[in-house]
Design a protein around this ligand. Structure first.
Ligand code: HEM
Length: 419
């Protein structure tokens, strides 16, 4: 070997080392998380190929078909289609959104009366097939209703509520749209926080207190922006409509006294299957922030929250696991002895607890006040409020105990500087 070969090998190694140092070890890309949209599916597809027209014709007209009690009749004569012609993950996500929304309408068309025991095979088989491909359960989940269910009215316009619409709707009119789109804006407000989370982990792995401080400040601002986005719920969602019309269509068939045995998916299993309903407890954002900040909830809350992780896309679930297995941010800050880092960490924790407190006030308004208003007013054409869910969330937990416990455990992680 001549000396020029040796020089070039050493040069290559140095270049490689520089690259390794430059590219941070923890990246969002690996988990299919968008730098611009976070966990939202960027620019979801709005239509499938003509072969899938029978699904689209039903899914795009769900409110009318449900309100006129025609949906079950239409689904019963729907042809059995195969999922083999679905190309790529965007088509598969849209198919899951269409089929799971049809399923919610089919089950809850008559409210809590006359609930079917069986989901017919022409709906059950493709729903289960596409669910297996995506690693999602065969029911409507947060990633269907919110993450993959949006379009811009003006494609060049901003991601603001006035320029947004849903792809698939269920009963509840403008209030349902508001509920979905405000939740989407909370997810969007979390995007700088998700990037800050990655920066914080990298700043612990390749220690840099300056980077860490900056990341924590960005995280705190992003969580505060999420609370601001959540406030818009009041402007767009009517509590009586939420309570009486929307909630039931998000309900599942696990721990739900209205449908205690679960649901038979015809052609899939002879035994009834049980799945929780759609809930923003399935949003990856809160789980990831908890893991980063070292917030561990009570055993009971953790059981529910971890179950909700099974309702997330597998790559998002893997992201939470990766955050969990990263070196502890809290331990790093405690052992650094830095008052600045400690203060910045505490602000993140306090702001997350404030977001949770604000969420509790929203739940109180939409479930308690909504119940009172729905009783007074009545919404004639809709199936009526779900009795079995009166005291419980769509995911089936004793709501307020759970939510307060989760908020208080968050607050409990504040580091006392005198310790
Ligand atoms: C009208 C609006 C809302 C209502 C009535 C509501 C209701 C509920 C209920 C009943 C639960 C208990 C768990 C369950 O049974 O599913 C819950 C949990 C949760 N919700 Fe909401 N929610 C609303 C909006 C949102 C939004 C917009 C977000 C954020 C994207 C959100 C995030 C969460 C989270 C993360 C949990 C799990 C508990 C926690 O980590 O603090 N919710 N919600």
């Amino acid at each position: 070997m001549d000396t020029s070969d040796v020089t070039s090998t050493v040069g290559d190694l140095e270049a490689q080392n520089m690259k390794l140092k430059k590219s941070p070890p923890f990246s969002l890309e690996r988990f299919h998380i968008s730098e611009d949209y976070g966990f939202l599916l960027p620019d979801p597809l709005k239509e499938l190929s003509d072969y899938y027209m029978p699904w689209m014709e039903i899914a795009y007209n769900l409110p009318v078909m449900i309100e006129s009690h025609q949906l079950r009749v239409r689904v019963d004569v729907m042809p059995l289609l195969s999922c083999h012609l679905l190309k790529g993950h965007k088509e598969q996500y849209l198919a899951h959104l269409l089929l799971s929304s049809i399923t919610m309408g089919y089950v809850w068309q008559e409210g809590e009366n006359n609930i079917p025991k069986v989901l017919p095979r022409n709906l059950a088989l493709p729903l289960v097939e596409v669910s297996r491909t995506l690693g999602l359960p065969p029911i409507l989940v947060h990633s269907d209703l919110v993450l993959a269910n949006w379009k811009k009215k003006d494609p060049d316009g901003p991601l603001e509520i006035r320029n947004l619409d849903t792809i698939v709707s269920l009963p509840g009119g403008e209030s349902l749209k508001g509920f979905i789109l405000v939740t989407l804006l909370v997810e969007k407000a979390a995007v700088p926080g998700i990037k800050a989370l990655a920066q914080a982990i990298n700043a612990v792995l390749q220690p840099s207190d300056d980077d860490l401080l900056q990341a924590l400040k960005q995280l705190k601002t992003s969580i505060a922006e999420m609370t601001k986005a959540l406030r818009q719920m009041h402007d767009y969602v009517d509590p009586a409509i939420f309570y009486a019309a929307i909630r039931i269509f998000l309900s599942g068939w696990k721990d739900n006294p209205a449908i205690p045995e679960g649901l038979i998916y015809e052609g899939v299993s002879e035994e009834p299957l049980k799945y929780s309903g759609g809930s923003a407890a399935q949003s990856t954002v809160f789980h990831a922030f908890d893991e980063l900040l070292g917030v561990c909830h009570s055993k009971e809350s953790t059981t529910f929250l971890h179950r909700m992780r099974e309702y997330m896309p597998p790559s998002h679930r893997a992201f939470i696991e990766e955050v969990h297995s990263a070196p502890s941010l809290r331990e790093y800050i405690l052992s650094s002895g830095s008052c600045l880092l400690c203060e910045a960490y505490n602000q993140c924790v306090a702001t997350l607890a404030e977001l949770r407190s604000y969420h509790i006030s929203i739940v109180a308004k939409y479930i308690l006040t909504g119940a009172a208003k729905a009783k007074d007013g009545g919404l004639g054409h809709l199936p009526g409020p779900p009795q079995a869910l009166a005291e419980r969330g769509t995911g089936g937990t004793t709501v307020f105990c759970f939510l307060r416990s989760v908020r208080d455990t968050t607050l409990g992680r504040i580091i006392d500087p005198s310790d």
